[in-house]
Unconditional design. Structure first.
Ligand SMILES: [Zn+2]
Length: 424
């Protein structure tokens, strides 16, 4: 029987932060990566342990080790075994979690590779993986890890020198983005470097990133593919690429992603990182971004710059999609009886916890989509794939539509909160 703290006790602890010098008490400046298999259908889900790795860098904060933002469908919490003290936590979402709400999950089990990464502990730790259920966190699995165990792999599967394309200093005090090449052959590596530079410039031309370039480091890992491009299964096109990315994820033509998390983590381990970005060498429109998981974007579509920032908004900021359609089928993504965790969406169940304080007192709730409120923070119905019952903070925003080339003030504020949290 594991003596891991109860959920309630951990929730109380999660409001406290470790002192700066305490990092060295519990951790080394390297990473412990735990690969997991997430197996689920629409009704049930399980996490099982696959492998452990000791990786050469820790790119995260050494001060803000406890997640106080509380985003993500899942969270992992690490306790020091001896004292049962919470020493690290982080929220995340995953591709498997998206699959659970697809129609396919009603009739099929599937397994997905996932990883949790934390600073490498000196002593035995307890690991707990939790899922959000309404306002509560429910434990899915818990186990101990002995950092001295011979089960922890220390070899590096993918060894490629990472290069800096933007460097502001100490990785513990910066947000480190690692950009991985997908579908670029050896002869296309110069193109990859140019593409990565272009996306860096795009990101830093958008607010709030423009004001915070000194809070970021950007690394590239030039992973080489045998063939150029990516899979387009719906057209019978399959390419031999480093991460085996593909369009038609979960049957959606423009949804490009990869299920090869282990390969992504092996490549990313060549740099200290907070965020992973997979850049796919194709001119088709597509992308994906999952909170504290990874982002993926195509290189040469006319809208690629927009997609790059939009997906990073999901993966780094925990932002939700503010768009919706008339398609009833996707309206089940959010439960209307609970407040979504995404900082830019509300069901009005707990609007106090969202952007209410940023609104003028005279702005009505909900807010009509009229010219009067065109550039004002309000509560506009239609967001999170649903035209009814979910509300967004601005009439238009880059989390809503491609024609808006700016993130709304609420999305910007959420991103600034993340930047400041991970820059400590
Ligand atoms: Zn927004």
């Amino acid at each position: 029987m594991l003596k891991i703290l109860t959920v309630t006790a951990m929730m109380l602890l999660s409001t406290t932060s470790l002192l700066a010098q305490e990092f060295d008490l519990f951790f080394d400046s390297k990473s412990l990566r735990i690969d997991l298999i997430h197996t689920a259908n629409a009704q049930q889900e399980y996490y099982s342990v696959d492998r452990y790795y000791k990786e050469p860098y820790w790119g995260g904060s050494k001060i803000n080790l406890i997640d106080t933002l509380g985003y993500g469908n899942y969270q992992y919490r690490i306790v020091d075994s001896a004292s049962q003290r919470l020493i690290f936590s982080k929220g995340f979402s995953s591709l498997g979690a998206e699959w659970i709400v697809t129609p396919e999950a009603k009739t099929l089990w599937r397994s997905f590779e996932e990883s949790i990464v934390l600073p490498f502990p000196h002593k035995s730790i307890g690991v707990e993986i939790l899922k959000r259920k309404g306002k509560e966190w429910v434990t899915l699995t818990s186990f101990y890890v002995n950092p001295k165990s011979y089960l922890i792999n220390t070899d590096q599967k993918v060894k490629i020198e990472a290069r800096k394309i933007h460097y502001s200093g100490n990785t513990a005090q910066k947000i480190d983005i690692v950009i991985l090449a997908e579908g670029y052959t050896a002869s296309e590596m110069q193109k990859f470097m140019r593409d990565a530079q272009r996306f860096k410039d795009t990101l830093f031309s958008w607010q709030p990133f423009r004001n915070y370039t000194q809070n970021f480091n950007i690394w590239v890992v030039p992973t080489t593919s045998e063939e150029s491009g990516t899979d387009i299964p719906g057209e019978g096109i399959f390419k031999n690429t480093f991460f085996d990315s593909h369009f038609y994820t979960f049957g959606t033509e423009r949804y490009i992603n990869t299920t090869h998390n282990r390969q992504i983590r092996d490549a990313a381990a060549n740099a200290p990182y907070d965020q992973i970005y997979v850049l796919v060498n194709t001119d088709r429109y597509g992308g994906a971004g999952i909170y504290n998981f990874y982002s993926i974007c195509t290189s040469d579509n006319p809208y690629s710059g927009f997609v790059f920032v939009h997906e990073f908004g999901h993966a780094f900021g925990g932002l939700g999609d503010e768009y919706f359609s008339d398609d009833e089928a996707v309206e089940e993504f959010y439960q209307l009886q609970t407040e979504p965790w995404e900082p830019n969406l509300t069901t009005l169940v707990d609007f106090e916890s969202k952007w209410k304080r940023s609104m003028d007192a005279s702005t009505p709730i909900p807010t009509p989509t009229t010219d009067e409120f065109l550039n004002k923070i309000g509560v506009f119905e239609g967001a999170g794939y649903s035209k009814k019952g979910i509300y967004r903070p601005f009439i238009d925003c880059s989390m809503k539509s491609i024609i808006s080339n700016a993130l709304c003030p609420v999305c910007q504020k959420a991103l600034i909160d993340q930047i400041l949290f991970y820059s400590k």
